[in-house]
Design a protein around this ligand. Sequence first.
Ligand code: KG4
Ligand code: ZN
Length: 348
Amino acid sequence: MILLGIETSCDETAAALVADDRRVLAEAVLSQLAEHRPYGGVVPEIAARSHLDHLDSLIRRVMAEAGLGFGDLAGIAATGGPGLIGGVMVGVMTGKAIAAVAGKPFIAVNHLEGHALTARFTHDLAFPFLLLLVSGGHCQLLLVEGVGRHRRLGTTIDDAAGEAFDKAAKMLGLGYPGGPALERAAAGGDPARIPLPRPMLGRPGADFSFSGLKTALRQRLAEAKERGEAGGDVSADLAASFQAAVIDCLADRTAHGIAMAKALAPVTALVVAGGVAANTRLRARLAEVAQAGGLPLVAPPVKYCTDNAAMIAWAGIERLRLGLTDGLDFAPRPRWPLDPTAKPGARA
Ligand code: KG4
Ligand code: ZN
């Protein structure tokens, strides 16, 4: 069983062909970074137009690479939300058109479920497991119990972790996207030099907050400038101190999440996904947290942690196996919480 997956919810246009034995037959990801860089963030209208310009040729490319026609597919899965509505519409319309023409089932995949099920595709992981999803748009701890069965144990009450990295990097003049730039700058800095708060640390539950940390960084930066010592060493120390604070918060909240998850279900692992999972220090720290909680850490390769279409195809396979398909009247959902019983959160 082979599915075509389509991802267009943010600033990556992606198409992939995945088989139900977890093989990727072909995949293509086109990043729009260069198009958004002049604006220091993703511009929704530019993103939507760029998806429209490139998606057809990406699909043509993966089909040709795998030597397949649409008739060979068991179905077409496209991200149906949550995300930037213009982009989601492009992917959903394209997916539906192929499904209609080829007479194949269409599956609208929740982008977050794509991330949530990635570890099953990369590591054949059994349910239930705990997922820390940390990206530019999301910061959540989810108990993944099954396909379509997710319990949100924690979420951010303000910024997402990647967003915090991006905003901090912008303040420090490190460029966009901020996470990788900040990690590079931090490598030469002293993480203990600049005192910064650890919002939510030790609090009950597993919610996150990063906005106070961002404000504190702005103050420390202003103080450094007043002393005439901004730039150079201080920049590296600010970056290192900020990264250490974010990681301390993520580690503490995840430790709480592990305890909460274990009280609810016999979890098999701690999984980390999302662009921030590319951070080397975070991965190392999460390995310690998982071990302390008696769980293995499963960290999919970075290319499947960030937005990609293989995870959408895989989630489509899992849904199709259970007979879960969508009609051609499916309407894109800019907001689509994985756990409808959880109260709405800022970046939920
Ligand atoms: O999952 P992703 O590619 O896109 C979505 O947000 O959906 O995640 C991108 C986010 C950005 O905020 C970026 O700054 C952050 O992940 N990021 C990192 C690192 N690499 C990417 N944050 C910290 N350290 C990194 N090495
Ligand atoms: Zn994502």
